[in-house]
Design a protein around this ligand. Structure first.
Ligand code: FMN
Length: 505
């Protein structure tokens, strides 16, 4: 199939499937011969809060929620093939999400077939089928507002006439294609698919119709795909369960043993750092009745992709990929150093994020900045934090010696935002910030130096850790909590805390 704007004719598609249609499965389906691949349905409210982040290590584009969960991960390989399916009942929000992802995907699809309560009670999924005005509003808005094709996926209505007339209305919105799952809203996957309905729709409209619903009884292997297309008179075919059980069903060379396919799936899961629980879920679908076999039990017990790799004898592959990714991370880190600060009046900004794992447990940049300010006999750093409404992320500005320092990146919590601003200040000033591996960081945990074991968190809460400053200082030493934040023990600190608690704008 030539790259370019998708026509949706003569295609086989991996159907949208929650939890199944993540990046590893989509890439595998493409490898085996699927022409297009739908992502799992992603809900507009969640997607609208996401930030688009280019992941240079994995070479992916990630859409990341404020709680740091990757909601949608995609890559160049599938850019002309991946269809972003969303759950929505709101034209404005649908457009916002579509515009967020449009340059990374080949088309936008709206789910109008999900009969599950979590979808329908919000007016999404199959609930839309009884609100054709809303369908029109959403689709017209999308068609007008994005540059990629817009499609939708429906279930059939109680009568042939109603189904045909709905699809004719849908056609008029300007969508490029419509996928028809040939089951009624209240039918379950075990019910036979109504090919006659799909056929009637295909005859009644001129846009391509994508036939869906044939996995259970009609499509067992690759040659059945064409039979299903013919019997429905559709332009294309979309497979869900048949592909979930064995994605090599897309291969014209014949279906491969699922054991081999699972290994290929795991390789993609490792390469793209797929969440282990998601990897497990997909493997369990492929294992089907073997899910209680010794291998199945090993998969179910695994908590990480490393453990899953072991179950399939892929430890070496796992190790190699980890090394490659780490080497890339290191190379990127060193080529990005030092980040260039940008000066705007008395404000210095840098793109910096606070990564807790980069610092020893009891050490934070804020602590280093406080100590440095004391040593320099400056006023204590003052933090002002704001929270933006769209994703509730935080950004902090720290003032030191009448200059302001801020990270241009927003953080998930107020604490992290303050730490990020402290890092900017320390880096601009060329002062150590306490990062692991940093030379002459100048601070050491007294407990560690005296060789005492790490205290438990319970103990920590009652005793508080004491940090010794190795550098000469006349100022009193701060007392630190387990998270490394300064406690309100000294009076000036209390003032600083009060400033930090200023209401968010
Ligand atoms: C695990 C699973 C998850 C699904 N998630 C979605 C989804 O996110 N969006 C959607 O439109 N349909 C979803 N479906 C429905 C399928 O896309 C498809 O319409 C249905 O399974 C019938 O096709 P089949 O006979 O090829 O399985 C899901 C189906 C399965 C089995």
């Amino acid at each position: 199939m030539a790259a370019g704007r998708l026509s949706f004719r003569n295609m086989t598609a991996l159907a949208p499937m929650v939890r199944v249609g993540t990046l590893p499965m989509r890439l595998l389906a493409l490898d085996y011969g699927a022409d297009v691949v739908y992502c799992e349905e992603l809900i507009d409210i969640k997607m609208a809060q996401c930030q688009r982040i280019v992941n240079d290590v994995l070479e992916t584009v990630d859409f990341v929620a404020p709680d740091e969960r990757v909601m949608f991960r995609t890559c160049e390989r599938e850019k002309d093939r991946v269809i972003f399916q969303m759950g929505t009942a709101d034209p404005e929000r649908a457009l916002k999400v579509a515009q967020l992802v449009e340059k990374d995907v080949a088309a936008i699809d709206v789910n109008m077939g999900c009969p599950k309560e979590y979808s329908t009670k919000g007016g999404m999924g199959a609930a839309l089928l009884s609100d054709p005005d809303k369908i029109e509003d959403i689709l017209k808005k999308l068609v007008k507002g994005v540059s990629v094709p817009v499609t939708c996926k429906i279930r059939i209505l109680p009568s042939l006439e109603e189904t045909v007339s709905l699809v004719q209305r849908i056609e008029k919105t300007g969508v490029t294609a419509v996928a028809v799952h040939g089951r009624f809203k209240d039918e379950r996957p075990r019910h036979p698919v109504h090919c006659d309905y799909i056929q009637a729709v295909a005859q009644a409209v001129s846009i391509p119709v994508i036939a869906n619903g044939g996995s259970l009884d009609l499509v067992k292997n690759n040659s059945d795909i064409e039979k299903f297309r013919k019997v429905t008179g559709a332009s294309s075919v979309m497979l869900a369960r048949a592909a979930m059980w064995n994605p090599s069903v897309f291969s014209s060379q014949g279906t491969l043993p699922v054991e081999k396919v699972m290994k290929e799936y795991i390789k993609y899961a490792i390469r793209y750092d797929n969440h282990a629980f998601n990897t497990k879920y997909c493997l369990c679908q492929m294992l089907r009745d073997k899910v209680e076999s010794p291998l199945g039990r090993q998969v179910q017990a695994a908590q990480t992709n490393a453990e899953i790799s072991e179950a399939y004898g892929l430890q070496k592959f796992y190790q190699e990929i980890q090394e490659q990714l780490q080497a890339k991370k290191d190379a990127l880190h060193s080529s990005n150093q030092p980040d260039r600060p940008i000066m705007d009046g008395d404000l210095m900004t840098m793109a910096v994020k606070f990564e807790r794992r980069d610092y020893p447990p009891q050490i934070t940049p804020k602590m280093f900045l406080l100590e440095w300010s004391r040593k320099e006999k400056l006023e204590q750093p003052q933090y002002e934090t704001v929270q933006r409404s769209q994703d509730r992320a935080f950004q902090s500005t720290v003032t030191v010696a009448n200059r302001k320092y801020r990270s241009s990146l927003w953080e998930k919590s107020k604490k992290f935002a303050e730490q990020a601003s402290a890092i900017v200040c320390l880096r601009v000033l060329g002062v150590p910030e306490g990062r692991i591996g940093e030379e002459n960081s100048g601070l050491v945990c007294k407990r560690k130096r005296e060789g005492k074991p790490k205290c438990s968190s319970e103990e920590g809460r009652s005793k508080k850790l004491h940090i010794d400053i190795l550098q000469e200082t006349e100022t009193p030493k701060p007392t630190l909590g387990m998270n490394g934040d300064e406690q309100n023990t000294a009076k000036p600190l209390k003032q600083a805390e009060a400033l930090r608690e200023a209401p968010f704008s």
